[in-house]
Design a binder for this molecule. Structure first.
Ligand SMILES: NC(=O)c1ccc[n+]([C@@H]2O[C@H](COP(=O)([O-])OP(=O)(O)OC[C@H]3O[C@@H](n4cnc5c(N)ncnc54)[C@H](OP(=O)(O)O)[C@@H]3O)[C@@H](O)[C@H]2O)c1
Length: 104
């Protein structure tokens, strides 16, 4: 992430971008010159933090549910049409055990 120019012009697709690790990564990526696709079911949460960042071009915000094959196919078609095939895909969407974890 810290190599200057590494993301320039690349298409980066990040799932699970609405909260947690994905949101933090999304904000970092917004400050690079990549073409960025941010995905989470609650797309409104992505829109909220995107508006508080400097305005940028080449951004797709998608409410795609990654467990829905048809929706994923549609998203990939849209991305490929608008930005070319993704160069980097970060499959971060998922469930964290979070506070339910018990040790001992
Ligand atoms: N936090 C940790 O300590 C930890 C440790 C090991 C591994 N991980 C893994 O790291 C990833 C992120 O963790 P986190 O703590 O940042 O979790 P989080 O805050 O719960 O974020 C999960 C993200 O995944 C999205 N998501 C979940 N199901 C989705 C679906 N069907 N379609 C699209 N998006 C979906 C959520 O957005 P929507 O609900 O808006 O769709 C959210 O943006 C997870 O895969 C987790 O298993 C986390």
């Amino acid at each position: 992430m810290n190599t200057p120019g590494f993301y320039d012009g690349k298409t980066v697709l990040l799932t699970g971008a609405s909260t947690g690790i994905g949101k933090a990564l999304a904000i970092k990526l917004m400050h690079t010159k990549c073409k960025l696709v941010l995905v989470a079911r609650r797309r409104e949460l992505i829109s909220e933090f995107v508006t508080s960042q400097p305005k940028r071009e080449n951004l797709i915000i998608s409410g795609c549910d990654v467990s829905d094959k048809e929706a994923v196919s549609q998203l990939l078609e849209e991305v490929t049409q608008k930005m070319g095939q993704p160069d980097i895909v970060i499959l971060n969407a998922g469930v964290s055990l979070g506070e339910n974890m018990k040790f001992g």
